[in-house]
Design a protein around this ligand. Structure first.
Ligand code: ZN
Length: 307
């Protein structure tokens, strides 16, 4: 760790498509400083400069040098270290880590933003103390990340936890035909479990054009069509998570993203997944995130939790 003070200063950067957020954490995870600015969309050079500017300003204000971790909407290629799979397309093919290290004059750690979410919740969030954690983002898209004993499991291809692009298991009549996914495959988990997918499923079954949040809220008010849509969603989520349990068998699964705010998922899904999991008793905990939208940036800072 390169710090000048007694305690370690950890700077986390969440590089999103519309904003770049910085948070400075002390050893206990307390927020010392938080900044955000719009992402210079379309310009890689300006994006790197913007991150450099945020780090320099934070360190000047805090009078201390820190470690830097960056969460990105993509992954680093194992071939040449450049960014791949990013929906912020101007990052693709760029040597982001090398360029940041040259600019900031220190080692920089980079991770996928869903991995940062999982790391944040495993370190001092809802799954604090759990040995193996699967973090899931259920939002506009669906992502996942795995943390084992405080470390992100990146994987041989840097795709560990990319559960959103597995096919939904055990398709039944209500889940057919599989919809095409932007990734080029069909019937991906994301095409059933994202917010837009929930809304589209409601329409497909003859419901009104509503957002995922409206469907959840109408269901709790007793709307039968919304209730049926939410039940289909719960059954699919339970099946898709059961596959993860059978392979990884995590101690805890933490949900993030907009759909993680649907209260009933934490009771209904563990009841529904039981029959799909190859075990007499299922002790896996399904948890709502603790840090909300801040988990991504906090997890980026915690990339320096271990040496
Ligand atoms: Zn896909």
């Amino acid at each position: 760790m390169m710090t000048t003070g007694d305690a370690a200063l950890r700077l986390g950067i969440d590089l999103g498509g519309s904003k770049i957020e910085l948070v400075a954490l002390d050893d206990c995870g307390r927020v010392l400083l938080r900044r955000r600015r719009p992402t210079p969309g379309g310009s890689y050079r300006e994006t790197v400069a913007a991150i450099g500017g945020l780090v320099a300003a934070a360190e000047q204000d805090l009078g201390q040098r820190g470690s830097v971790g960056v969460g990105i909407p993509g992954a680093e290629s194992t071939v040449d270290g450049t960014v791949k799979n990013a929906n912020s397309t101007w990052l693709i093919g760029q040597a982001l880590r090398d360029d940041l290290q040259a600019l900031l004059q220190r080692e920089v750690r980079l991770a996928n933003d869903a991995n940062c979410f999982a790391l944040s919740e495993a370190t001092d969030g809802a799954a604090e103390g759990a040995e193996t954690v699967f973090g899931v983002i259920l939002g506009t898209g669906v992502g996942g990340g795995i943390v084992v004993r405080g470390r992100v499991l990146a994987g041989a291809n840097r795709v560990a936890g990319e559960w959103g692009h597995n096919p939904l298991p055990l398709p039944d009549e209500e889940s057919l035909p599989p919809a095409p996914c932007y990734c080029g495959r069909c019937g991906c988990v994301e095409t059933w479990l994202s917010g837009p997918a929930l809304a589209a499923d409601h329409l497909r079954h003859g419901g009104e054009a509503l957002t995922a949040q409206q469907i959840a809220s109408h269901a709790s008010d007793g709307d039968a069509a919304c209730e049926a849509t939410l039940r289909r969603y719960e059954r699919r989520l339970a099946k898709a998570l059961a596959v993860v349990v059978n392979i990884l068998d995590p101690d805890a699964i933490v949900l993030g993203g907009g759909l993680s705010n649907i209260d009933r998922l934490y009771q209904s899904v563990p009841q529904l997944w039981q029959r799909h999991i190859f075990s007499d008793v299922v002790q896996t905990r399904l948890l709502r995130n603790r840090h909300g939208d801040s988990s991504g940036v906090r997890g980026a800072a915690w990339l320096w939790n271990v040496d």
